[in-house]
Every structure is written in structure tokens, then in C-alpha cells.
Design a protein around this ligand. Structure first.
Ligand code: PAF
Length: 284
């Protein structure tokens, strides 16, 4: 069945109020649209755990650090609604800019150390924008559970701390990354890759798997593991490494030695497209 497309906050609140009165569990998948099989996986997991499922589609200007990236971000609402229909979604919340931000926000969420490394270091203000819109969306949807992809490991860590620090009554569920057969993590940004760029892009996953392999085989030396993984990327001349770093999973901070589960995370530029990925690594 086609989901109901809702564009205003009062309308969505009314539907959610009725669902909650009927003691139905409300699930929420926040997205910026351009939905793909990775989003479908979030919907499938949510559908299995909730009675009512809301997907938001909103390209949040607050989290873009480059105007060209915001401009080029794919906007495909009609197709997104079809993906949601196939995913058994009940409501698509697709607010306009003025519905979400009637005026420039005066209050925003400042994210501390969880945003200091990885993407936070290279995208100033990005996690302030993410945390601010996610808190707004959680307030608007009043959902019981919200679903986020593990591909955005730092975003997931930020959202978990946001909910903890502000006592938001919502369960945050991380869902494993969906990959193409050659390992490339699904992302809305993959659409922008040329054929040659698409061929080069899986190098990031291969590099992270090298890190995972070394860690699994007992290498606890962070500098050594990072250097071996970086080398894989440096050998692929069609891409440029932004960062590759080993961090602990809760607050994504660098570690001195690997003696517990860590995340190997990286970002590369393939032409003018920035791709990120990560692998959870558990030492033997
Ligand atoms: O992961 C995303 O698509 C966005 O960062 C989110 C969580 C929908 C906030 O705009």
C-alpha cells in the first residue's frame, strides 16, 4: 500500500498521537532521500520491530559544509515514496524547508569530543547540523525507536550520545552496512560516480579489510595497522585519501593500542565525490 505523504508537523503529530493512543509502537527512519537498498534494510529491520513506520525525507542544509554538495544532493521524492511503499512504510514525512526551519535556528546542538576526529575534523559544523535536525525530528515524530546505518559510524555515535545526554525516550538501533558485491558500501553519493570512478571506489573497503585482517591476527600496533591500510589506498591513483583512522566505538576517539573492539574508518575522494566507510574490528 502507498504510504501517506505528510508535509506538515501538526499533521504528523496528529497521526502519531492516534497511533500511540492505540498503544502501537512507532518506528522512525530518518533519511535525506535518494533512497537505496541500504535504506530499505533500515526499513525492513524497523518494520519487523514496530507497528507503525515513519520515514522522513529532508535534505538538511544545516549539515552541509559545502554549498555545491547541498546543491548536487539528489532529490528524488517520487521514487523515494515508491521505495517506501515497497518497504511497508506507513508515513513519509517530507517537510519543506520553511516547515522545518521557519527562521534561522537560534538554538543548535554543539557536539563535543565525539565530533573531534574522522569526518568531524574535515567537515566543520557537520555534526552540529546532524544532531540539531535529528533532535528536531525525534521531537516531531515522538517515535519509540529510530534506525540508523552503521556506515555512518560517527553519526551513530553522536546520535547515541545526543539521546543519552538529553534523556530522549527513544531506542537507537544501528543497522549493518549494505554493500555491493565488490564491497562498496551503498550510499546516495555513489550515483555521482563515473564508470571509472565506480571501478576505483571499492579500494576503501579493501583497505579497511586489510586493517581488520591485521587486527584479527593479533597486530595491536595502531600506527602499523593504519599505515598498511593507507598504503592500499595510496596505491590506487584514481582516489585521494582524506583520512583512515582506528578509533574506539563509543566516542570514536583514537586509541594507543588495539586491545579490544575498534572501528577502522576512512574517507576518500573519488573525483569530486567523497565516500566514507568503516569496519568493526575485533582482535583475537
Ligand atoms: O544519515 C542521514 O541521511 C542524515 O544525516 C540524517 C540522519 C537523516 C539527518 O539529516
Amino acid at each position: 500500500m502507498a504510504p501517506e505523504v505528510i508535509t506538515t508537523i501538526p499533521q504528523l503529530r496528529d497521526r502519531v498521537r492516534r497511533a500511540r493512543l492505540a498503544e502501537r509502537r512507532v518506528g522512525f527512519v530518518p533519511t535525506m532521500g535518494a533512497l537505496h537498498a541500504g535504506h530499505r534494510r533500515l526499513m525492513d529491520v524497523a518494520r519487523g520491530e514496530c507497528d507503525v513506520l515513519i520515514v522522513s525525507v529532508f535534505v538538511n542544509p544545516l549539515q552541509f559544509d559545502r554549498p555545491d554538495d547541498l546543491e548536487q544532493y539528489p532529490r528524488t521524492l517520487e521514487n523515494d515514496v515508491d521505495v517506501c511503499a515497497a518497504g511497508g512504510v506507513d508515513m513519509v514525512f517530507a517537510p519543506s524547508m520553511s516547515e522545518m526551519y521557519p527562521s534561522d535556528p537560534v538554538c543548535v546542538i554543539e557536539v563535543g569530543r565525539v565530533a573531534d576526529h574522522l569526518c568531524g575534523r574535515f567537515r566543520p559544523g557537520h555534526f552540529r547540523g546532524v544532531a540539531t535536525v535529528v533532535l528536531k525530528l525525534m521531537e516531531i515524530t515522538q517515535a519509540d525507536r529510530a534506525y540508523f546505518g552503521e556506515k555512518d559510524a560517527q553519526q551513530l555515535a553522536v546520535v547515541r550520545r545526543l539521546v543519552e545526554d538529553f534523556n530522549v525516550p527513544i531506542a537507537i538501533v544501528g543497522v549493518p552496512t549494505v554493500r555491493e558485491p565488490d564491497g562498496l558500501a551503498l550510499s546516495s553519493r555513489n550515483q555521482r560516480l563515473s564508470a571509472d570512478e565506480r571501478r576505483a571506489a571499492p579500494v576503501l573497503y579493501r583497505a579497511l579489510k586489510v586493517a581488520e585482517q591485521l587486527i584479527r591476527s593479533g597486530d595491536g600496533d595502531v600506527a602499523q595497522v593504519e599505515a598498511a591500510a593507507r598504503q592500499v589506498i595510496e596505491d590506487e591513483h584514481a582516489v585521494r585519501l582524506e583520512y583512515l583512522q582506528i578509533v574506539e566505538p563509543r566516542e570514536v576517539q583514537p586509541v594507543d593500542r588495539i586491545d579490544g573492539p575498534v572501528i577502522a574508518a576512512g574517507a576518500i575522494w573519488v573525483g569530486s565525490t567523497r565516500l566514507i566507510d568503516n569496519v568493526i574490528c575485533v582482535p583475537r
